[in-house]
Ligand binder design. Structure first.
Ligand SMILES: [Zn+2]
Length: 689
C-alpha cells in the first residue's frame, strides 16, 4: 500500500525488538485473560503482534516456540470442566493490507507448488468468542470454548440458553452425498449485537457498575459465567461456520449450506468469491458498510473454498495455511516516534510534532502527530524512540494516546525544549502553555514565503492555497517548503474539509510537482527583489553551468560560484538585487532548505535555451489584455523558448506590444512612444515564423 516503507533492520536490533514485543504482548494477554483487564485495545495489540510476526518472517532464526504468534486462546478457568477438542481449534493469521493478502496467496501457492487463484469463501469476521458444539444423534450434548486450542472449557449449560444454538437438529436434509453421522462437531462464534451491548452498559451505569469496553468482552464474560442465568439474561447470538466432522462436504461454502439446512444460524452475507479481486471488493464493501450491521465486525476471513486444497495446505504455527483474516483498517495502531520536530505556526506559536515511522491508521498512512505543547509531551511521558499507540477515529486528527513504556530499550531520548525560534533564531516568550517566537514579523514572513513557494508561477501546487498552508502550519504538519513534499494522505485527510479523496488528490498533485523548471525554481525561493522576470534572467545566466537535469544543490553551487561583481554584471540586475541574491545563498537556513529540497526529491529541469540562440533573440515583448488561444504564461514561455524577452513595462527598448482584448494603459503608452503594436494573430504568426 502507498506510503508503506520497507525498513532495514539489523539482526541484533530485530532481536532486541522481538524480545520487547514478546514481553509486552504476553503481559497484555495475561492481564486480559486472567484478570479480564484490558490494558491496550485489541487493535493496538494486533499491531504489535503483526510487527512481531513480520520480524519473525524476516528473521526465522529468531522465532522461538514460546512466541505469542504461535499460541492461541488462554488458560481455561479452573471452575469449568475441561474438554479436549477432537481437532485443534485454530485461529487465523492477520492481513492488514491488500499486499499482505497477495503475499499470503503467494506463500500458499509456493507451498502447494501451484498457483491458487480461487474460488475463495469470504466471511464476515465477527469479533466474538469461538466455540465448538457437539451433537449426538442430532441432540446438542456438549459446548466448549476454544481455551488453548487443544483443551477448552465446558460451557454447555450456558450455551443452551442461547436461542441461536439449536438444541436438536433437523436431519431430514441428508442426501446420498451428505450423511450426518451419530456424532457431529461444528464450530462457530458467540457474539453480542450492538443494541444489547449498549443496553447492558446502560444497565451497568444505572447500578453504578463499571461499563464494558467492547461487545467481545461481554460475550466472552457472559459465556464463561458459572451461573447460566446470567448468560441467559444477556441476549447472545451465534453464527456457525465450520463442520469438523466429515459429512461428505467438498467445499467450505458447502459447509455453510449444510449448517443452514440443519437449522444452525449462518451469516447470510458470506459469499463465494471467484477471484481475489472479488474478495477485495467484498472487503471494501463491508469496510464501508460495517456500521449498518447490527453486530461488530473487524474484518473478513478468506478461505480457499476447495476443502482438498485447504487440507493439503495444512497448518502453519497456530493457523491454517489456506485461510487468512483480512482486517479492516484499524482506528488504532502502534508505531515508533523517530523524532520530535518543533514547527512554527501561523501565529508564531511553537508546536512540537512527533515524526513517526509510517503507519496505517483508519485506512491511511500517517507520519505526523501534533503534540500541542511541551506539557502534553510531559503528560504522555513521551521520549524520542518510544513505541506509541496512535489513533485516528473518524475525522479526528491522528493523536498519540499512549506511550508503551514496557517497550523501552534505554536508548530513548528526552525531548529538549528549544531556546530560540527555529525559523529566525529570535528569543521565545512563554504564553500560558504555549511558547511563541518573540519576533513580530517572523511568523508572517514565514507564512508568506510558503504561500509564495506553492503559488502559480512557482511550484504551482494546485489545491494548496493560503488557508490550507495556514492549517498545515497550525497542525504542525509543515515547517518549511520541503516538508510539503513529505506529507502523507493520512496527515491531511483528518483535517477539516478534507476527505480521503481530496487528500489523495493533493498528495498526488504535490508528487507531480517534484520536477520543476529552473526559472520557476529560482522564483519559488522567494529571494528578496527576485520576481519572475529576474528569475528568468538568472536562469538564462546559469543555465550554462548546471546540467540539463539538476538538483537543488547544483543550483546552490552555481550561485555560490558567482561573486557580487559577477552578479552585478548580469543584464538587468542592479546592485540591490545582486546583493540580495548574494546574501540569500550564503544564509545557513537557506542552504539547509536547498539540501532538504534535494533530499525530498526535487529535480530541476533547465530546458530553457540560452538567449544567445533562437529567432526572437534581442526582441522584447510586452503583453497587455486577454489572449484567446493561449494563456499569458504560455505566451511568455513561448517567447522565452525562442530566445526573446518579456517585460512588464513599456519603454523605448520594447520591440512589440501584444494587444489582446481590452488592453490597458500599456497600450496607450505604446501608442505614445510609437512602439509597434501587434494583434494576437500577428503575434502567433511571429511565433510560427
Ligand atoms: Zn521566529
Amino acid at each position: 500500500m502507498k506510503g508503506e516503507e520497507k525498513r532495514k533492520i539489523s539482526l541484533s536490533a530485530a532481536k532486541e525488538r522481538i524480545e520487547h514485543l514478546k514481553k509486552a504482548i504476553k503481559k497484555y494477554r495475561y492481564e486480559r485473560l486472567v484478570f479480564n483487564k484490558e490494558i491496550i485495545s485489541p487493535e493496538a495489540e494486533d499491531a504489535l503482534k503483526k510487527e512481531l510476526f513480520d520480524l519473525e518472517e524476516k528473521f526465522p532464526e529468531l522465532m522461538t516456540s514460546d512466541s505469542p504468534t504461535r499460541r492461541v486462546g488462554g488458560k481455561p478457568l479452573q471452575q469449568f470442566k475441561k474438554v479436549r477438542h477432537e481437532e485443534r481449534m485454530l485461529s487465523f493469521n492477520d492481513a492488514f493490507s491488500g499486499k499482505d493478502v497477495e503475499d499470503w496467496l503467494g506463500r500458499v501457492s509456493n507451498y502447494l507448488g501451484r498457483k491458487i487463484a480461487g474460488p475463495f469463501y469470504a466471511e464476515l469476521k465477527i469479533d466474538g468468542l469461538a466455540i465448538e458444539l457437539v451433537y449426538e444423534n442430532g441432540i446438542f450434548v456438549e459446548g466448549s470454548t476454544r481455551g488453548d486450542g487443544e483443551i477448552g472449557e465446558d460451557v454447555t449449560q450456558n450455551l443452551k440458553t442461547i436461542e441461536a444454538i439449536p438444541l436438536s437438529l433437523d436431519i431430514r436434509h441428508q442426501t446420498s452425498d451428505i450423511r450426518i453421522p451419530e456424532r457431529l462437531v461444528v464450530r462457530g462464534e458467540i457474539f453480542l449485537n450492538k443494541k444489547e451491548f449498549e443496553a447492558i452498559n446502560r444497565e451497568q451505569k444505572k447500578m453504578g457498575l463499571k461499563t464494558y469496553a467492547n461487545p467481545r468482552n461481554v460475550a466472552a464474560g457472559s459465556v464463561r459465567q458459572l451461573d447460566p442465568k446470567i448468560t441467559a439474561s444477556r441476549k447472545l447470538d451465534s453464527f456457525q461456520y465450520d463442520i469438523v466432522t466429515n459429512v461428505g462436504q467438498k467445499k467450505h461454502s458447502e459447509e455453510h449450506e449444510i449448517l443452514h439446512k440443519l437449522g444452525f444460524h449462518t451469516n447470510p452475507n458470506n459469499k463465494v468469491c471467484e477471484t481475489i479481486k472479488d474478495v477485495f471488493e467484498f472487503h471494501d464493501y463491508w469496510n464501508r458498510h460495517r456500521e449498518k450491521l447490527p453486530y461488530e465486525i473487524d474484518g473478513i476471513v478468506i478461505i480457499v473454498d476447495d476443502n482438498k486444497t485447504y487440507d493439503s495446505a495444512g497448518v502453519i504455527g497456530k493457523a491454517p495455511r489456506a485461510a487468512i483474516a483480512y482486517k479492516f483498517s484499524p482506528k488504532e495502531a502502534t508505531t515508533v516516534v523517530e523524532n520530535i520536530k518543533v514547527q512554527v505556526g501561523r501565529t508564531g506559536a511553537l508546536t512540537p510534532v512527533a515524526v513517526m515511522r509510517p503507519v496505517q491508521v483508519g485506512g491511511v498512512t500517517i507520519t505526523h502527530a501534533t503534540l500541542h505543547n511541551a506539557d502534553e509531551i510531559k503528560r504522555l511521558g513521551l521520549k524520542i524512540g518510544d513505541t506509541v499507540i496512535v489513533s485516528r477515529a473518524g475525522d479526528v486528527i491522528p493523536q498519540i494516546t499512549r506511550v508503551l513504556k514496557e517497550m523501552r530499550t534505554g536508548k530513548e531520548k528526552e525531548f529538549e525544549v528549544p531556546s530560540h525560534c527555529p525559523i529566525d533564531g529570535s528569543k521565545l516568550v512563554q504564553d500560558g502553555a504555549i511558547l511563541r517566537c518573540s519576533s513580530k514579523t517572523c511568523a508572517a514572513r514565514h507564512r508568506e514565503s510558503l504561500y509564495h513557494f506553492v503559488s502559480r508561477p512557482a511550484f504551482d501546487i494546485r489545491g494548496l492555497g493560503p488557508k490550507i498552508i495556514d492549517r498545515f502550519l497550525d497542525e504542525g504538519l509543515i515547517s518549511d517548503a520541503a516538508d510539503i513534499f513529505e506529507l502523507k494522505e493520512g496527515d491531511i485527510a483528518a483535517l477539516e474539509r478534507f476527505g480521503e479523496k481530496s487528500a489523495e488528490n493533493i498528495v498526488g498533485e504535490i508528487e507531480s510537482r517534484k520536477k520543476i523548471s529552473l526559472s520557476r525554481f529560482i522564483f519559488s525561493l522567494g529571494v528578496l527583489h527576485v520576481g519572475e522576470e529576474t528569475a528568468n534572467v538568472l536562469t538564462q545566466h546559469i543555465a550554462y553551468s548546471v546540467s540539463h537535469i539538476a538538483k537543488p544543490n547544483d543550483i546552490y553551487k552555481a550561485f555560490r560560484g558567482l561573486s557580487l561583481e559577477n552578479l552585478q554584471e548580469i543584464r538587468d540586475i542592479g546592485p540591490k538585487v545582486a546583493q540580495s541574491i548574494h546574501d540569500w545563498f550564503r544564509e545557513q537556513r537557506n542552504i539547509k532548505l536547498l539540501e532538504k529540497l534535494g533530499r525530498v526529491g526535487i529535480v530541476i529541469k533547465s530546458d530553457q535555451r540560452p538567449a544567445t540562440s533562437g529567432k526572437l533573440k534581442g526582441k522584447t515583448f510586452v503583453l497587455t489584455g486577454g489572449l484567446e488561444s493561449l494563456t499569458r504564461d504560455e505566451a511568455k514561455e513561448k517567447i522565452r523558448e525562442l530566445g526573446g524577452d518579456v517585460s512588464e513595462s513599456v519603454s523605448r527598448m520594447i520591440s512589440y506590444v501584444v494587444a489582446g482584448s481590452e488592453p490597458g494603459s500599456k497600450y496607450e503608452k505604446a501608442q505614445k512612444l510609437g512602439i509597434k503594436i501587434i494583434s494576437e494573430r500577428e503575434f502567433l504568426n511571429i511565433l510560427k515564423g
